[in-house]
Design a protein around this ligand. Structure first.
Ligand code: UD1
Length: 354
């Protein structure tokens, strides 16, 4: 069986690694890894390949940044001849980024089967570019690998045949479990002993200057009670620079490699984020997470895990932060099938369905 994996952006890399590894053990499988080049800075891409043990991509489409239409169209135009020439038996796509939907469209039109890893998640907010990517990808995919029961329910409600849906658990947590021992040994010298860890990159938070300004002011308030460590995504760095707000006590840094970031997450007093994956990682780690969004496509992190949605409500952020600092943080559990074996389950299903 000839399997293509197409990845492009930082959150794809921790998802592809366990599937590549699980399929490597199957003699009947030949794998090809394609990087679209959606993320291209070495601290957004290469360092993740290295730490996660992902082999160098066989093909790099080098699309780079652009508007959503430009980026999606560029990926489609550059990927189409590669898929048409090689005719893989199945193409695996990951998560909800523009590379995911662009690849799915190309394959659906060429009649090539698509497997979507991390299917069925819904924020029910179509102003999020990722929600549009999820909806389109899941309608067109042939195999849908879901991380949790809500994913199955969402897909069934949208008319996806139950035969296509496979609940395999959370593949990103496979990578976390594998690299956590290394993260535990990783030094965080230079960072404070006690801190809140922040990440922000959602367009709804950072592209609107009033929203970003409000969030930065909230973070400055938090920094009066606890150190704030903030590795900054490139789009956010640009927006902060445009705004001209002095960072005050916030400890800004470049985006961090996977293991260093995992080390910081696992030792944080609290994590404040608008990322999807970090809501899941903190739930697994049992670290309190305040999500600066009014919705989440990962509801189990709220119902089972340590996540609380605070949106852009400054008072709620302050009161939830106070609870954490006063030792009254929300406690959580690890959702079912977040056990480090999701990649293996995907490999099993792929090999038995070919
Ligand atoms: C993308 C995903 C988002 C994911 C995020 C993780 C989509 C629609 N969005 O958002 O779901 O959570 O990745 O990071 O696919 N840039 C660099 N260097 C890079 C990559 C980007 O400087 O290596 C800058 C560029 O100015 C670019 C901007 O970041 O325009 C945004 O990058 P882009 O890939 O369009 O979206 P992300 O915000 O990273």
């Amino acid at each position: 069986m000839n399997v293509f994996h197409v990845v492009g952006a930082r959150p794809n890399f921790m998802k592809v690694a366990p599937v590549l590894e699980a399929l490597k053990a199957r003699r009947s499988v030949v794998q090809t890894l394609i990087h679209t080049g959606q993320h291209y800075d070495s601290n957004m891409s290469d360092v993740f390949f290295k730490q996660l043990g992902i082999p160098a991509p066989d093909v790099n489409l080098e699309v780079g940044s652009g508007t959503h239409a430009t980026q999606t169209a560029d990926i489609m135009m550059r990927l189409e001849p590669v898929v048409a020439k090689n005719k893989p038996d199945i193409v695996l796509v990951y998560g909800d980024v523009n590379s995911t939907v662009a690849t799915t469209l190309v394959c659906a039109k060429l009649g090539v089967r698509v497997g979507h890893v991390e299917a069925g998640l819904r924020s029910f907010d179509r102003t999020m570019p990722e929600e549009v990517n999820r909806l389109v990808t899941d309608q067109l995919a042939d195999l849908l690998f879901t991380p949790s029961e809500d994913g199955d329910e969402n897909l069934r409600r949208e008319g996806v045949s139950a035969k296509k849906i496979h609940r395999v658990g959370n593949v990103m947590i496979d990578s976390l479990i594998r690299l956590l021992p290394l993260a535990k040994k990783c030094s965080t010298t230079g960072f404070p002993a006690r801190y809140a860890l922040v990440t922000l990159h959602r367009p709804s938070n950072v592209d609107d200057s009033a929203s970003l300004q409000g969030i930065l002011e909230s973070l400055l308030e938090v920094s009066e009670r606890i150190a704030v460590v903030f590795p900054v995504h490139p789009r956010t760095r640009q927006r902060i620079a445009d705004l001209g707000v002095p960072p005050g006590n916030l400890q800004l840094s470049e985006p961090l490699p996977y293991v260093e970031f995992l080390a910081l997450q696992s030792r944080a007093t609290a994590v404040l984020t608008d990322s999807g994956g970090i809501q899941e990682e903190t739930t697994y780690l049992g670290v309190p997470c305040l999500t600066l969004r009014s919705n989440t496509e990962r509801p189990v992190t709220v119902t089972i895990g340590t996540n609380t949605l605070v949106g852009q409500d400054r008072q709620k952020l302050a009161s939830e932060m106070k609870k954490i600092l006063d030792g009254r943080a929300k406690r959580g559990n690890v959702p079912p099938l977040w056990d480090g074996r999701a990649g293996e389950r995907i490999a099993e299903i792929l090999c038995s369905s070919s």
